[in-house]
Design a protein around this ligand. Sequence first.
Ligand code: PEP
Length: 251
Amino acid sequence: MNLPYIVGNWKMNGLRATLAEARAIDRAAARYPKVEMALAPPATLISRMREVVQTIDVGGQDCHVAENGAYTGDISAAMLKDAGAEFAIVGHSERRQSYGESDETVRAKATSALDAGLSVIVCVGETEAQRDAGEALNIVTAQVAASVPQGDDIAPRLSLAYEPVWAIGTGRVPSVDDVEAMHRAIRETLVAAYGKPGKDVRILYGGSVKPDNAAELLSADEVGGALVGGASLTAESFIGIVEAVSPAEAE
Ligand code: PEP
């Protein structure tokens, strides 16, 4: 049985001074043995963060499909691993939208991350127009089928993050019923892709998760954790989410 997995994506936020928040999260993690926590800082902070935290995982927010080469400004999965990362997020909607990343590219990135020895979080999610048109389930399950890496023995190192694009950074969240319907459909797609091991892939919810809505969203069927943007930037709000999911144990 997987523990809830709460992952913070710092996006393009964080300087060396911000590592104090990561340290505080890591210190607090000892009081939450029933939750797994991770942070994905900007690439510039991965190795420094890895040096100052013990309990939480550290990961990258993206990686290139190639292992190395003439790709100015890009970072490979092998480089993330070398910097101390344990996982990579791929296919975030900000990458899909701003850099035109297709499902095919996301799958190639996910495969590259696994090949480098990282775990991977593959993000999917519908736009508001797609939800309004009643297409959310079809769009998202098609994204999952086309974005997840192929092969055997992948499921244990794979997480999915369902992040409705219209819920990211907006303060709006889907109803619990809609989250459950989507996570069940994603589960079916994962089982179709991987067989029985697909039942154990974590499916995270992401999009405006905060301390005051985390308990409800994460109690929904098939929700195995959260991918958190804005509320992961301070220990207070990140640990507030963790506390809502599973209260601290006495030390
Ligand atoms: C995200 O970008 O992955 C995210 C979920 O952001 P926020 O929590 O700020 O909505």
